[in-house]
Design a protein around this ligand. Structure first.
Ligand code: 8IG
Length: 272
């Protein structure tokens, strides 16, 4: 029997076949995972050719968190060399949901099996770097895993030196040279950090902290896809300003930046 936990890659392959069947597109070229607050940025990509629920595919759990969609869209985007097919996931599964690591990376595995050689991972996060402002997008240059949880099993000693593709980062920054680059920390959550933990993370060289992206980046890279990560700073991390953190603030900051981010993605995706 094939299920997500006993055979994750085979389940991703079946999910990818189902996407081809639903969309009538033999393969997709790029995948985007839209984190909290990013869902409205997807609207700037235009009108999708198809939209369906993740629950139509094997291996995806019901979505649970407010602001996280559980919807997949397929877009045809006009690029310099013709039309590219983009697969857009509105929302994701997080480690803090307690379902284990497999559902967290099932979307990107499915996308790579569907043909995507580029995976764009977006998220909302806290800003550790005191120079960052709420509403500011930051390109991921590298990460630190504070969960230690890997999606890989066995002797899969994959190199992560160029995990966040330098080639793609250069394309993005050519479009918008004002974008900062930073180091993202994966924190399991669901509780945010304490002020003392933020001070520790800053000392370790971290600029951003959030509860996603890192396992997906590793899973996509290990299957041979190139990865771009973009964080939207939606709050100052604990202790940075003295204010408390809340989920509504996150959703509001995401909505405010959605136009700029959607436009950036629309220009960049066909070049990848
Ligand atoms: I949005 O300050 C968002 N996600 N760990 N810390 C962590 N995750 C976050 C934060 C934050 N803000």
């Amino acid at each position: 029997m094939t299920d997500l936990y006993s055979n994750p890659l085979a389940t991703a392959e079946i999910a990818a076949e189902k996407i081809a069947e639903i969309t009538g597109k033999k393969s997709h070229h790029v995948a985007l995972v839209m984190g909290s607050g990013w869902i409205s940025a997807a609207d700037a990509l235009g009108v999708p050719t198809h939209e369906f629920s993740v629950t139509e595919l094997p291996g995806f759990p019901e979505p649970t968190v407010a602001g996280h969609g559980g919807v997949i869209r397929s877009y045809n985007l006009q690029g310099p060399d013709g039309v590219i097919h983009a697969l857009v996931f509105l929302g994701r599964t997080h480690l803090y949901e307690g379902k284990g690591i497999e559902p967290v990376v099932h979307g990107v595995r499915t996308a790579v099996k569907a043909g995507c050689q580029v995976v764009v991972l977006t998220n909302a996060c806290g800003g550790i770097n005191v120079e960052y402002r709420v509403g500011q997008p930051v390109i991921l240059r590298d990460h630190i895993s504070m969960t230690g949880v890997s999606p890989l099993i066995g002797a899969d000693f994959v190199d992560l030196t160029d995990l966040y593709s330098k080639r793609i980062r250069e394309i993005v920054r050519a479009e918008d040279p004002s974008l900062a680059e930073g180091v993202y920390v994966h924190w399991r959550g669901p509780a945010y950090e304490t002020p003392a933990e933020i001070k520790m993370l800053r000392t370790m060289g971290a600029d951003l902290v959030g509860m996603s992206t890192v396992p997906e980046a590793i899973a996509a890279h290990s299957l041979g896809a190139e990865v771009l990560g973009i964080s939207l700073v939606t709050n100052a991390a604990a202790g940075v300003t003295g204010e408390k953190l809340n989920h509504e603030e996150v959703i509001a900051a995401g909505k405010a930046a959605a136009g700029r981010m959607g436009e950036l993605l629309r220009r960049v995706l066909p070049q990848l």
